[in-house]
Design a protein around this ligand. Sequence first.
Ligand code: GLP
Length: 243
Amino acid sequence: TGRTDIDARSPVPKYYQLREILLDLIERELAVDAPVPSERELAARYGLSRMTARQAVEHLVSEGRLYRVQGKGTFVSRPKIDIPLRLTSFTEDMRARGMTPGSRDLGRRLIPATAAVARELALEGGAPVYAIERLRTADGVPMALERSHIPAALAPDLMERTLEGVSLYEVLADVYGVVLDRGDQVIEAGIADSGDAGLLGLAPGSAVLLLQRRCWAGTTPAEYAVSTYRADRYQLRASLAMQ
Ligand code: GLP
């Protein structure tokens, strides 16, 4: 069983002890969206000052474990979706978690590669690429925006195909024989601008994870994508080994 009381003699700061007690409560007893006791109630129950109780709650809010609703109180957040960092598609990631992946086509264009895209895909500047913009959903809820660039030469009539509700990686593999087998990815913190926030159902200025991925099919560069994931719904997991 978990901790249930503050140890006044412990060198562990009291707010930190309360944070752990609350985490335990969240994991064992409280449902998603359930209210947590007010700071006043916590202070009284654990013999702490209001300040200490607030500090513990504030930590859990900034970690995304709790959320506040103005004038209503503090509630338990939905656990984040944990994504292992591998060369998987959005469709595979969601299916592996028992969710139904979805995809809304926000626009597709055949454009000459800009200098930056040409560099990422090792193309001549101006070579034709598809710029594909999609809103990805899981169980109907917006999760990510994905902006992919694919060399047009790899997938001749991709513009004529629907990408609504289908896996791009499956289409590349099944229709064009382009099987991605290697990639690299840069992950950065970002802030959603008002356009992206609106599409993702977030308040403007919310935190997002920016994933920049390049991948290859054998030695052929096949995709350069920038994905914007909701930071309140996603966490990324890498397994580490000594090298
Ligand atoms: C991931 C990558 C994207 C890629 C997508 C393909 O989410 N970040 O770069 O385009 O998977 O997913 P799907 O095959 O479901 O369209």
